[in-house]
Design a protein around this ligand. Sequence first.
Ligand code: ZN
Ligand code: FE
Length: 737
Amino acid sequence: MAERSRIRLEVEGLVQGVGFRPTVHRLTTQLSLSGFIRNTPQGAELELEGAPAQVAQFVPLLQQQAPVLARIRRVSTVSIPPTGDTGFHILPSVGQAPPDTQVSPDVGICPDCLREMRDPNDGRYRHPFLNCTNCGPRFTIIQSLPYDRERTAMGAFPMCEACQGEYTDITDRRYHAQPTCCPNCGPTLTYLDRAGKEVAGDPIRLAQAQLRAGGIVAVKGLGGFHLACLPEYAPRLRQRKERDGKPLALMCADLDAARCLCRISQEEENALTSWRRPIVLLRKRDPAPDVLSHTPELGVMLPYTPLHYLLLEGFSALVMTSANPSDCPVITDNQAALEGLHGVADGFLLHNRDIVTRCDDSLLRVFRGKEYPLRRSRGYVPQPIPLSRSVQGLLACGAEQKAGFALGKGEDALLSQHIGDLKNMETLEHYQQQLTHFRSLFGVEITGLACDLHPDYLSTQAAQQLARELDVPLTQVQHHHAHMLSCMADNGLTGPCIGLVWDGTGLGTDSTIWGAECLAGDATQFQRLGSISPIRLPGGDACARDAGRIARSLLHDAGRWGGPQDLLTMQLNAGFNCPPASSMGRLFDGVYALLGGASPVSYEGESAIRLEHMAQAGVTQALPVELEEVDGMCRLNTPALTAALLEGLQQGQSPHQLAAQFMNAMVELAVQQCQFARERTGLTQVVLSGGVFQNMYLLPRILDALTAQGLRAYHHSRVSTNDEGIALGQLMAAAGR
Ligand code: ZN
Ligand code: FE
């Protein structure tokens, strides 16, 4: 007998229900190995025997060809004596199998399925719902665990004999692929006209004809409905959707189509083509404002379902925007689409597979080679964020405007999908449903809760009610402290750290509004070491959508208002309903208005984005930064900054010059405050968090300036820097208690 060797492998990680055993089976066949595999509570155990050279190839090949959803944490290998066995066997699992509590995110169609869809000789030629173990719907169709077809939206579609055959064949790519289907047994498409009447014919071709004619088509997708149209008809879509200035995302047919419009780096290409298929913010080739986006950037994604690929045939790109009537969550239901999009859509491309869980497209940019999430949703959720400590049983309820929660399971944080602004009734309902869904799906018994300090946040009220119902402790976490802890957890830092947190608004421990905070601390405590002198907000919330009011307040408090003594002046003089806010977001709003950006903003944060793109490149001067020490804090003298800005305007400097000089001053402020914090605490690690760090003029400059001072500066890469990331920080605070 030829020389043989035998090894025993222990594989730890997520290897069950992800197509791992078929991969192993394929490799053992390819390498002529005998032996067995069996599932264990930790993962899988294998013994393999064959020619030594072949045996040696197995582990490298396995690492290379592991299924996309498998997460192999560790492989340990030992040599054992050969037994001379033949054939490869799948043995029953050993030990108490762990409760299967992993839910995969939805996976973009894989190259194998795409090939079949385009092959006229394949049984699934042009089938809009084909999928396999490596791709297809998951999170959005799963009702409960364990993950089996009958507990998904595919339960309504019993497998035909042919699909069943593949499903039970270990050598097949569809072995144990729960949502697998074909034209005989899968869901079906229908096309309805604007009146909701079904039209006879090929639904895809009918939808395409409507799109070519300039119409708007509602398309039922994976986690919700999209409104689709040709890019040149974007103004019509905007008008019907009453969506004023907010940029619209494009779905490009392929990378080449995206390249015609945008410059794409290698990392951006990787993000675009990854199985997660997020919307990636790319630099337009022509940076001028266009019908899709008023900034030099454009949100682009590639098709991620077979339906998208079919729909995009013959087009280079389509606008694809979430179909959500005025601030409501995205529509997921056929009937709701027909009612809610009546008068908006000229046609409806529907199917009869239910969307169990709503999940919007994810949005990110690539920053310094890494993903910088702006909305972590489809393709990412509910994949856990691994942490370095147990957060078992904790539930953090998040903030309000960009709501999202975090559920702790073992050392994993399970973050919810994008939910939206809770002030809206329908969104609040969606939030409550998802809280319940996550708790039951992952089988977590809640032993502690966390929420914001703000008593009016509906997430705070939800947490308080749950705490009473379940009789568990509730930790209220200051908004900016939570931001800071979120960025620490994102970077695996356990503290203590300096946190530079700049955002719109959050309630401070002194009951005023904060938002330009330099903090120092860890999960258990923090001190406030820097801020800006407060800006008064005449009319309070009215300022969020009217930057002109903030500009007036800045002028008034700098003693520079030379206009009429009108109602607003009287209000500022009397200090009536002028809550003070040390908010960086509001400072950006005010400065933007002072520099001539008068138009009322159409969405929160718009002026900060416009100011970012207003800034002239190559400006190195900065407005002077005047600091004062107040209550142990290093604070920016805001009126002095306003005065310096006005002087610049009076000297005839352009708004573009001054926008850059203002932001350069903010870089200087960041450096001064972090140095102040280092002197007070001896800390040298700085985390940057808060919505203002979506500003790509500031972020790299502040990181570099801090690094030049010998500080170690960190930014987000796994969760969003805006309020969506807050829940993770709250979770850490609750765990630190
Ligand atoms: Zn596939
Ligand atoms: Fe915030």
